[in-house]
Write a protein that binds this ligand. Sequence first.
Ligand SMILES: Cc1cc2nc3c(=O)[nH]c(=O)nc-3n(C[C@H](O)[C@H](O)[C@H](O)COP(=O)(O)OP(=O)(O)OC[C@H]3O[C@@H](n4cnc5c(N)ncnc54)[C@H](O)[C@@H]3O)c2cc1C
Length: 481
Amino acid sequence: MSVFIDSAAAGGEHANALRDVLSPTAEIFYPNSTEFNSLSARWSTLAQPKVNVAVVPFSDDDVVKIVQYAKKAKLPILAYNGAHGAITTLGRMQGGIEIYLGRLSSVVVAPDGRTATIGGGISSKAVIDALWSTGKQTVTGTCECVSVLGPGLGGGHGWLQGHYGLVADQFVSMNVVLADGTLQTVDTNSDLWWAMKGAGQNFGIVTSLTSKIYDIKHYDWAIETLIFSGDKVEAVYQAANDYLSPVPVNLINWSYWLNIPSADPDKPVILFYLIQEGTTAVNSVYTKPFHDIGPISIEAESGDYRDLARWTQVALDSAPCQKTGLANPRFPAYIKEYNVSAQRLEYDIFAAEASGNSPFSASIFMFEAYPVQGVQAVESDSTAFAFRSDNILTAPLITYTPTGHELDQQAAALGKKLRGIIHEGSGSEELHAYVNYAFGDESPRNWYGCEQWRQDRLKALKQKYDPEGRFSFFGPILQGV
Ligand SMILES: Cc1cc2nc3c(=O)[nH]c(=O)nc-3n(C[C@H](O)[C@H](O)[C@H](O)COP(=O)(O)OP(=O)(O)OC[C@H]3O[C@@H](n4cnc5c(N)ncnc54)[C@H](O)[C@@H]3O)c2cc1C
């Protein structure tokens, strides 16, 4: 197995050897430099990977050379993109080479306007802006600082999924550096294609992707942001079941439970977003049932697609895009609809354990109801993403300033307790845990689907394409590799 680099000096030795094989523009940064610290900082510091050198490729061939070198030298490697991956299995990397993909960030729209080829390290924001300027758009993650491939390789939820499906459903072909150090074009003709759409982090490094793109159909978007006090939990989620289940194709409904002292000084509030496409004001058919419940406040805005991230606090300058040394474990569970009494139980525990002076008072309980029509139009068995029949992505995000093992344990216990109630209330036997939000203690069945054929297919592909487990830090298909 891999020999870990365990000192800066050894890191330097390997960096020198790499320098000789990389292109002149490629960069190598050593620990304790400003660049290294910046390129290796992560959104969540819990169980984060440790690297001894950060290498910045500028071409596919640079990535090939790094993977080949690491294989020969038996060094662990990990692609860093938006560095918002927070699954604790990443912490199994305890030394090795970071491959920072941020310079692979081109966008080229094909002459026929039906696809675009984008760099493997591009952010959602860069793709959204580049396509918008040509009258096009595609499905990306919602958060501006998250990459396209990070979400996409695990499925990828986005604003436009009601029309077009998941981020992964847009894939047309990709260039991938595989574990054997070869660069391959993977598309529908490859047996690996199925796996790249849901479990792709396990199989290689995508240096570029050709994605479907679409003409912008609707320039107008509108949002209503409502804030409810916690005593309205039953009314709000019953109304969500009654009026928004499933969410119409042109609507998105997210809600967050969080502490906003100006709205309620003692307990978390329900921040409730109704977002509608193709209009300058959210239709009263959707808003009235919620107005009738009696929110603390209602705020309406309108703009275009590019405003959505700012409205929902996932823009480049929003808090979730900053890397400030916080631990940010999430505990996801997909559900089909809200179990209102379970919501009450979760709220009461969340309010008791994540308010006031609690170290977890910056936590957020997330409920993301995206439209699913485009997702469910794709055959369930056609991709490794396994949870197309679910409607709502839920996850407590337990945010805290890390102080050591004891607090980590408390955070995990709280997150698991809350998720346990959601899962039990869902009536689903198996926990469906979105791998991109996963905590890390779930099993491959929870991440990639409990059907035996899914597990067998993934394992067989892993044995074929990555028998040494070079790409096994993020949600590993084979545990213990
Ligand atoms: C604030 C916030 C908002 C989010 N919003 C959404 C959302 O709207 N929709 C959604 O589906 N998810 C969302 N997520 C979850 C997101 O999908 C995951 O956190 C994802 O892992 C982040 O990707 P990244 O590139 O930022 O992180 P990274 O940690 O850099 O990458 C995550 C994993 O993917 C691998 N990887 C990244 N790029 C490549 C590549 N080119 N080739 C091979 N492997 C690669 C990395 O090695 C790593 O193992 C969000 C997360 C956060 C924190």
